[in-house]
Write a protein that binds this ligand. Structure first.
Ligand SMILES: [Zn+2]
Length: 562
């Protein structure tokens, strides 16, 4: 426990009185926290547990689009009992999963934390790196390669790291998600564990970065084959299908179908689809259900929130993203997913009430990014949009460059909406990088669907809105980002298949995210003030009286805190 140093202020009676009031007030107001040590000293009030929940690809408007059918204990409980920051935005590009999870938990941006994409190219070597890939570790819990993961590419501390440092590593921290990056990046560098899902076995796994062997409780959980229990149920709509908001036929051209199905329609016969590969659960609402079931199991067996120090459970719900990509936001599938998630969340909060005690824990819920509408759907409704055929553009660009410079593949790719130059070939052929950049820009800026192209060497001289310039700068890490940033027109995105939807841009559909807090230390209310994703970590740090993560650029959202 950390003691408030009342003695050091002895010389100033005013300050002592003030401090007494503050201490008294916080002690009285914080019913859930431990306030007396064994020696009878007042101790710092903190929640017993913080639960961070990231809903992968949740647009802010999903809180309200499906509001009427949410039950009282899930999203509506967060909105009514908690505090909603209605205008929370992402302050960088590209808006992708790894970047979002990292920025939420570091209060930082790619320019500083170094996670510039799910994959990124190390500019000095031309080597493509997966955000959490690590070949120096081994899988624990499966013979597959899905466990070759660690947080080693993350360059700054996380909120969870800072909690560990503040409590001399006595706080327990666990990260959980179907996606490895959704479990690993939030849990930081020194968690007790991060767990993710293995498609080959249907088991929850980890890596030797964290431990040598799975705990016994997890071995038992895996061998109970919960994944099969879910998949055998098939996926049908929770309510009669004609009562759903979405008016498109369940069978329409905007939705991608399952590989083993004839059409993108209900019921989804998951009972007939699993066997050799258990990845199918990712693409159903059961992926969220099993994640929360596993989270309860971890909470129980690791006795989180049962000690005198604050513990941290970082959960990311990945299925919303997989389903969003496959079907797009205007599908019955996405609507049904959120109605089911709402029920799952209600049950989870109830469980926390029972296990930790209502008012003893703090929750925040947010998203790593939003999502576009399906571009063809917009086009069909006369709203400007389109697909950017990046592969075709890349091919043509490389042909033009090769004709001029007599060197092949001068551009490696457009990953993360950046032009990644082949710096090795440029050096070997003694070519001038600046000339190649100029030629790339000249070619790219006239392509259909591209709004602007920015040379990162002279972004200050580029005529673009300040809001966009700031987001591009925040997203740019010189060692891990391409030399040129491509900005698509609103509604346009890189060709991803004409079905479903995607994300990555700086426009509101991708950047306006939900941000809700509830529980210990949190006021009840709603604010329309403008906040950023990077404010989450400093706000929870302030709540816990710990230092903000070491790359944080965010501000404390003061109106949320009691
Ligand atoms: Zn995604």
């Amino acid at each position: 426990m950390i003691y408030i140093p009342t003695l050091t202020l002895k010389s100033n009676p005013m300050k002592i009185r003030y401090l007494f009031l503050v201490v008294f007030a916080t002690v009285v107001c914080s019913s859930g926290a431990q306030t007396k040590s064994q020696q009878g000293h007042t101790t710092l009030p903190r929640p017993k547990l913080v639960v961070g929940i990231v809903v992968d690809q949740m647009r802010w408007d999903f809180l309200y689009r499906y509001y009427d059918r949410y039950e009282t204990g899930g999203f509506k409980r967060l909105l009514n009992e908690g505090f909603s920051c209605e205008n929370t935005d992402i302050s960088y590009v590209p808006t992708l999963t790894a970047v979002g999870h990292t920025s939420i938990y570091t209060g930082s941006v790619p320019a500083i934390h170094g996670i510039t994409g799910n994959d990124f190219i190390i500019q000095g070597t031309g080597k493509s790196v997966y955000c959490t890939g690590d070949t120096t570790v081994q899988t624990v819990g499966s013979t597959s390669s899905a466990g070759l993961m660690s947080p080693r590419n993350l360059l700054v501390s996380t909120l969870t790291d800072e909690l560990k440092l503040a409590t001399d590593f006595r706080s327990k921290v666990i990260g959980i998600a179907l996606k490895d990056r959704g479990g690993i990046l939030p849990a930081g560098h020194v968690p007790n564990a991060a767990y993710w899902y293995d498609d080959v076995t249907g088991n929850w796994i980890t890596s030797t970065y964290y431990m040598k062997d799975l705990p016994d409780w997890l071995k038992r959980f895996n061998s109970a084959r919960n994944v099969e229990k879910y998949l055998k149920q098939d996926w049908n709509t929770l309510y009669p299908i004609d009562t759903y908001l979405q008016s498109f036929s369940d069978n329409n051209a905007y939705e991608g179908k399952f590989a083993m199905a004839n059409a993108p329609t209900f019921p989804v016969k998951t009972s007939e689809m699993f066997g050799k590969n258990f990845s199918i659960i990712r693409y159903t609402p059961y992926g969220n259900s099993i994640t929360l079931e596993f989270a309860r199991e971890a909470l129980d067996h690791e006795a989180l929130g049962k000690n005198t120090v604050t513990d941290f459970l970082a959960i990311s719900l990945s299925s919303t993203d997989y389903i969003g990509h496959q079907f797009g936001p205007n599908s019955i599938e996405v609507e049904d997913t959120y109605l089911r998630l709402d029920r799952d969340l209600a049950a989870f909060f109830k469980y926390l009430d029972a296990q930790i005690g209502k008012g003893n824990y703090t929750i925040f819920l947010t998203a790593d990014h939003g999502a576009s509408h399906n571009a063809q759907l917009l086009v069909d409704k006369n709203i400007p949009a389109g697909f950017l055929n990046a592969n075709q553009i890349l091919k043509e660009l490389n042909v033009r460059l090769e004709t001029k410079y007599k060197a092949a593949s001068l551009v490696l790719g457009f990953g993360n909406y950046q032009v990644n130059l082949n710096n090795n070939v440029i050096a070997e052929n003694n070519l001038k990088e600046d000339d190649i950049i100029a030629d790339c820009i000249q070619f790219l800026k006239i392509q259909t669907g591209i709004a602007t192209v920015v040379n990162m060497k002279n972004i200050q001289e580029t005529s673009i809105p300040d809001a966009l310039r700031g987001r591009i700068e925040n997203g740019y890490h010189p060692e891990r980002s391409g030399a040129i940033q491509i900005i698509t027109k609103p509604g346009w995105y890189q060709w991803y298949g004409y079905m479903g939807a995607t994300h990555g841009s700086w426009y509101p559909y991708d950047t306006h995210i939900p941000l809700l807090f509830m529980g210990w230390g949190i006021k009840q209310g709603k604010s329309n003030n403008s906040y950023y994703m990077t404010d989450i970590a400093p706000t929870i740090s302030a709540l816990l009286h710990i230092q903000a993560p070491n790359g944080s650029v965010g501000k404390v959202i003061a109106e949320v805190l009691k």
